[in-house]
Design a protein around this ligand. Structure first.
Ligand SMILES: [Zn+2]
Ligand SMILES: [Zn+2]
Length: 338
């Protein structure tokens, strides 16, 4: 299957946590965690629509200023999500600058920040540039079953993990993946065009097979159209497979409760990005610091049946030993034991 969503670890396994998920057929991306993002060029940062933050320890939130700097002066809306206390923290970051000239800006950059709570409640505030980033009060939201975002082609869910404070883990799940068979299109004399992405959306909303479907394209400036039943198109030119699942887990102590939640969230993930801060010999230290070890990360990946595992957040003490840490994750994942 040709993937539509491409996740990358912005700073490699040793640097600040941040996973950039690029939407390959749209000018859009999302980000998990907001560590140092100076490695991301502004054109990539400007694709961001949503940033999902695990918690606000400095290595997960220091990228806020770069984000703000790049978006400032643009007509954009950006969603940020974080744990309890997050709205205050966003406000304090904004309030540490002077904004006396922004009301004259022609454009309005708006941050929509959402603070998630374990009881399923959430608070959302709008910080708009033209108002000097003063919030206009909090809106209360109810979030059922950890479902944070439900868009036409994907969903984002979250869980709360214990890191001596709350730390959020997220899953990004494409609803289904539609492959178009180009050779079949050629046989039917149908050119590609914008109608293809509309067709994919029709699959996701489960368009009834008997409905006639309009296919159109431009030929020498005039619009040509053909009508074919949706069911026929589905069987002739499309191959529908389960969508991609990308899971992001970081900063959590190894406990039965955390393990059970992580395995549930990451079940069948195509990509599991999981912290593995310490090697196995430092299991005690990892427990003390409320982080996972390589072996624990590997076992969780094994139990979740994740297809690919990307360990990260290695302690800087192990710079130059990344391969050894990766090997430990891999070994625990293949034999599934601690
Ligand atoms: Zn932390
Ligand atoms: Zn951390």
């Amino acid at each position: 299957m040709k993937p539509q969503f491409h996740p990358t670890l912005v700073n490699g396994p040793l640097g600040d946590p941040a996973v950039f998920v690029d939407f390959l057929f749209e000018r859009r991306a999302i980000l998990f965690d907001l560590g140092d993002i100076s490695a991301l060029p502004p054109r990539k940062i400007l694709r961001l629509s949503h940033v999902f933050i695990s918690h606000t320890h400095m290595d997960h939130f220091i990228g806020f200023d770069r984000l703000l700097r790049v978006f400032l002066g643009r007509e954009k809306k950006l969603h940020l999500f974080g744990p309890p206390g997050f709205l205050d923290q966003v406000w304090h970051r904004l309030a540490s600058y002077t904004w006396n000239l922004v009301e004259n800006y022609q454009t309005d950059f708006t941050i929509l920040a959402t603070e998630l709570h374990p009881d399923g409640k959430a608070l959302r505030a709008r910080f708009s540039c033209q108002r000097g980033f003063q919030s206009d009060g909090n809106e209360v939201l109810n979030i059922a079953d950890g479902l944070l975002l439900d868009e036409e082609s994907f969903q984002v869910r979250f869980i709360f993990l214990d890191h001596k404070i709350h730390s959020l883990a997220y899953s990004f799940e494409e609803k289904c993946h539609v492959n178009i068979m180009k050779n079949r299109l050629d046989e039917l004399g149908l050119p590609t065009g914008p109608w293809i992405s509309e067709l994919k959306k029709a699959v996701i909303r489960e368009e009834p097979g008997e409905n006639p479907y309009r296919i159109w394209w431009r030929d020498n400036g005039r619009i040509v159209e053909r009508w074919i039943s949706f069911g026929e198109l589905r069987s002739q030119v499309m191959h529908v497979v389960p969508g991609q699942k990308i899971v992001y887990v970081t900063d959590a102590v190894y406990s039965d409760a955390n393990a059970e939640k992580i395995v549930g969230l990451a079940r069948g993930a195509d990509y599991l990005f999981i912290e593995a801060t310490f090697p196995q010999v430092e299991t005690e230290r990892a427990a003390l610091k409320c982080h996972l070890t390589t072996t624990q990360a590997g076992v969780l990946a094994h139990l979740a049946g994740a297809v690919r595992v990307v360990p990260f957040h290695f302690s800087p003490k192990y710079a130059g030993m990344e391969e050894m840490l990766e090997w430990e994750v891999k070994a625990a994942r293949s034999n599934g034991g601690l």
